[in-house]
Design a protein around this ligand. Structure first.
Ligand code: SIN
Length: 292
């Protein structure tokens, strides 16, 4: 572990190439003075955990607005009562109904990659967490791209992939979003095309931008024979998911985790969380820019 001083805050790096914690800021009182440092740390470390926060939903929402326009999730049934831009993730029930989405994505994905303009930041704020389980895993896709052989980088240059929200080879999967969407929500999530390698608009770093996930399914590489497309995608997924590019976060109450979807992918583990291990987390996504 190394420590990197960023003006007033200290970001302590935990992963090999990414992921840092900050334990010396109180967002409820210091957001104005700390904002520039938080933003710089987010770009430098890609995933940040701001420890021991105690925020109202409004304060959480205010932080989200610093990163961009807050974009409510397509599945509206789990929106926060007061702030529709906040989605509730929870395995609790209230009055016989789920309090939030039980599993927001136990598969490798990048948020809103199925939209023409995907998310830049995702922020999760932990209200209650179990003693064990419910970890969130991350992959540094810029590091994964850098580690590719030059000939693979050349092969990927200029390729585009088709993404589709509800695409999954397993339509019967219990968390498949296909089942949760109304006709209108399906209409609002058509196929979109993004470069297979995107360049970060703020840092200039290149990252792989295809995902094996269930909800953010990549259908195919444009203009490629289907078997060749499947082989290339499988090779990329195998490369990216190597342990050397990963970091696994164990949650504490008050953790405010935020990450850059433009150069990372993440994976919940709530699909295997026992029903009596309660976990309630608030989530915000903000709109980024079209990948290029
Ligand atoms: C998500 O994929 O946005 C949620 C991650 C988690 O619940 O651990």
């Amino acid at each position: 572990m190394s420590a990197t001083d960023i003006v007033t805050l200290t970001a302590e790096r935990h992963g090999n190439t990414f992921f840092a914690t900050i334990d010396d800021v109180d967002l409820a009182t210091d957001l104005d003075t700390a904002w520039n440092d938080i933003h710089a740390a987010y770009l430098a470390h890609k995933v940040l955990c701001l420890k021991r926060q105690d925020l109202s939903a409004k304060q959480f929402h205010d932080l989200g607005e610093r990163f961009g326009v807050i974009e409510p999730h397509t599945v509206t049934m789990y929106h926060h009562d007061e702030f529709p831009g906040i989605t509730v993730l929870s395995n609790r029930t209230e009055l016989g109904r789920p309090k939030g989405i039980r599993d927001a994505g136990s598969h490798w994905h990048s948020d809103y990659s199925y939209k023409a303009v995907p998310a830049n930041v995702t922020m999760l704020y932990a209200i209650e967490v179990p003693e064990a389980g419910g970890d969130t895993m991350f992959i540094d896709l810029a590091a994964a791209y850098s580690a590719l052989p030059d000939e693979t980088k050349q092969r990927l240059d200029g390729l585009q992939a088709v993404h589709h929200y509800r695409h999954t080879k397993d339509r019967d999967h219990p968390e498949g979003r296909w089942k949760l969407l109304s006709e209108e929500q399906r209409r609002l999530t058509p196929e979109v095309t993004h470069p297979v390698v995107r360049t970060h608009p703020e840092t200039g770093a290149k990252s792989i931008f295809v995902f094996p996930g269930l909800t953010s399914g990549v259908r195919r590489i444009v203009g490629m024979d289907p078997a060749e497309s499947d082989d290339l995608l499988d090779m990329l997924f195998e490369h990216c998911t190597q342990a050397c590019f990963q970091y696994r976060h164990k949650w504490s109450v008050g953790d405010l985790l935020l990450w850059d979807n433009r150069c990372t992918m993440h994976h919940a583990t709530t699909n295997v969380l026992p029903a009596d291990h309660f976990r309630t987390i608030l989530r915000i996504n903000t709109r980024g820019t079209a990948p290029a």
